[in-house]
Design a protein around this ligand. Structure first.
Ligand SMILES: Nc1ncnc2c1ncn2[C@@H]1O[C@H](COP(=O)(O)OP(=O)(O)OP(=O)(O)O)[C@@H](O)[C@H]1O
Ligand SMILES: [Mg+2]
Length: 317
């Protein structure tokens, strides 16, 4: 039997599980699954009250993973994330008290409200998957996945993530308002369930680690690698783009494409798998020359340029 159907099965169960209480948000749910399979971090962007936090909680409780939430505020210190050395009165010894970063899924809520110093403490954990305190290295648990949220409107008292830090997110997904019939469904669900977040668990830790391992082994033909290189290069050739994607962006596209294949139960990547994630992986890594002052317009313009790039670059047969 094709082992990858096991991943497709988990993905389908998880999605329908989440839809028991959450309406829509399909692109965000798929992004979280992709992030999980390659342990890539996800930035959920959207207006207040669009269920970013709620989705992160329901997602991790469906997977039986350890979940922690850190509310990012201006006075948050790096040690509030990573942990600190404390004096134990009973033993009289100094010991390391682990911060909330020690969990499988960490929600960095409203990441752009923290000072750059705290943001960078988080980004260090994202990259190295470990915490160093007083010269001692503490590895983070596995799987390890950060889900960060932010409001796209840069309000007073926010510190927008610098480009180099945005680049560390595998995917940025924009959460838009739903249509009126979906909004009606939200209210109907609330009537029934209130704010419940408990859902059936669709996979345990062992299953998830196996799914991650299988995803790593998804086959990628040389022609697909060349396609990914060309897509990245095309972002650097376009007139309206000031800064194109980095090699890290191309590597991220490779990983996300493998996860997209695995989610469909396929052991190999096709050009369509790549196309299906280009927008998600590249949108936060390019800077347009015409910087519209409205961030929502800017996001739409970026998506449009990326759609054109996908049209321009010939996929392999
Ligand atoms: N698509 C949806 N499906 C189900 N419930 C929803 C949906 N959108 C919003 N809600 C409801 O709205 C509430 C607010 O969601 P939540 O607190 O997660 O928003 P948020 O996007 O994190 O907002 P903020 O940016 O202010 O933190 C949820 O608890 C839920 O009751
Ligand atoms: Mg929230």
């Amino acid at each position: 039997m094709n082992e990858y159907l096991f991943i497709r099965d988990i993905a389908e169960k998880l999605t329908s599980n989440i839809h028991e209480i959450i309406i829509g948000m399909d692109e965000a749910i798929r992004s979280l699954l992709i992030g999980l399979l390659v342990e890539g971090h996800i930035l959920l962007e959207g207006a207040p009250g669009t269920a970013k936090t709620y989705l992160a909680r329901v997602f991790s409780s469906s997977l039986g993973l350890e979940f922690k939430r850190v509310q990012f505020t201006a006075d948050l210190m790096p040690s509030d994330i990573t942990g600190s050395i404390v004096y134990n009165r009973v033993t009289g010894a100094l010991e390391f008290r682990r911060g909330p970063i020690f969990a499988n899924v960490v929600l960095a809520d409203e990441i752009n409200r923290a000072s750059p110093r705290s943001q960078s403490a988080l980004l260090e954990c994202m990259q190295e998957k470990q915490v160093t305190v007083e010269g001692v290295v503490y590895p983070l648990p596995r799987p390890f996945l950060i889900i960060a949220t932010q409001n796209p409107i840069e309000l007073e008292g926010t510190y927008p993530l610098p480009e180099a830090e945005l680049d560390r997110f595998l995917i940025r997904v924009f959460i838009d308002y739903l249509d009126s019939s979906s909004e009606l469904k939200i209210l109907e669900k609330k009537q029934l369930h209130g704010e419940r977040i408990e859902v059936e668990k669709v996979a345990d830790l062992k299953d998830i680690l196996r799914a991650i391992e299988l995803t790593r082994k998804v086959h990628v033909d040389k022609s697909i690698l060349e396609y990914i290189v060309k897509l990245g290069q095309q972002t650097r050739k376009r007139e309206e783009i000031l800064l194109g994607v980095s090699p890290r962006g191309q590597v991220s596209l490779l990983y996300a494409s493998k996860a997209a294949a695995a989610l469909e139960g396929k052991p190999y990547v096709t050009p369509d798998h790549v196309k299906s994630v280009v927008n998600l992986v590249f949108n936060h890594r390019i800077i347009l020359r015409s910087r519209s002052s409205n961030p929502i317009t800017l996001r739409r313009e970026t998506m449009e340029v990326l759609r054109e790039i996908i049209e321009e670059v010939e996929p392999p047969r």
